[in-house]
Design a protein around this ligand. Structure first.
Ligand SMILES: [Zn+2]
Length: 266
């Protein structure tokens, strides 16, 4: 998908994030079925299978080349860092009700956040963002199965998000459970075992020779790097091309529960 980004621009010169800033992009994208939604596009939608049912051609950009440029990956990262700084300073999040109408027909998130579902790690709050800014994919332990991958690919390919942040956090319960499984052979009930299964091999390797809180912290950071690596090296995914062409950046971060600070670690 062709799109223009301002690679190389100085992130520091972009100033603080504003709702209007990221809304400039792709305002002209078609949102509803148009005259172009003819028999041919209907056929395309039919043969495209289940994905087309969720994301019909009418939702795709008919002419991406006309879309205004969005932030570069570096600019998007700078916005998130500035947002966490506002959060730490007690600043208000940018989500006035007046934004709702402008977002009703389109979304142009500038970052995908793949985070733990922990109730204390709400991305929109800790990055002090408004509606329409973040495309959030969450589960306990922020694992990426094909289900999560589809959402991530959609946000990058169809919505043009230039940045993916894998966000782990201090004292993660899912990671700690994986450490218990890895080190003590703990059997988790019901679906909890499946939930932590993707984390267990990484946890086993990360905690070798250490224990307690130190082990959990090592596993938390290793789990972030695991998912970052998974996303950066996903053959056949829709992330490959934008990564190769510099339109997409994938980074890992850790949220400090005690301080509220996000530190980028990968
Ligand atoms: Zn967690």
């Amino acid at each position: 998908m062709a799109r223009t980004v301002r690679n190389g621009a100085d992130p520091a010169a972009s100033g603080p994030a504003t709702p209007a800033g990221h809304l400039r992009r792709r305002e002209k994208g078609p949102l509803m079925p148009s005259a172009d939604f003819n028999r041919r596009s209907l056929l395309t939608a039919t043969i495209a299978g289940a994905a087309a049912l969720c994301f019909p051609p009418a939702l795709a950009l008919a002419n991406p080349a006309e879309a205004p440029a969005g932030p570069s990956p570096a600019e998007a990262l700078a916005r998130l860092k500035a947002g966490n700084a506002r959060f730490l300073a007690g600043g208000a999040a940018l989500h006035p009700a007046s934004m709702v109408g402008g977002l009703a027909k389109a979304q142009h998130p500038y970052a995908v956040i793949v985070s733990c579902a922990d109730s204390r790690v709400a991305p929109e709050l800790l990055f002090s963002t408004g509606l329409g800014e973040l495309f959030v994919v969450r589960n306990a332990g922020h694992s990426v199965t094909p289900l999560e991958m589809g959402g991530i690919e959609y946000a990058v390919e169809h919505l043009g998000a230039p940045l993916i942040v894998v966000l782990g956090h201090e004292r993660c319960g899912a990671v700690n459970a994986a450490v218990e499984v890895a080190t003590k052979g703990t059997a988790l009930p019901a679906s909890l075992g499946a939930m932590v299964a993707p984390i267990v091999p990484t946890a086993r390797e990360a905690v070798h020779g250490i224990s307690g809180a130190e082990a959990t912290e090592a596993a938390v950071q290793a789990n972030v790097r695991r998912v970052v690596d998974q996303l950066r090296h996903a053959p056949g995914s829709l992330l490959e091309e934008p990564l190769e062409k510099g339109r997409l950046m994938i980074v890992g971060a850790r949220y400090d529960l005690d301080e509220g600070r996000v530190t980028f670690i990968a």
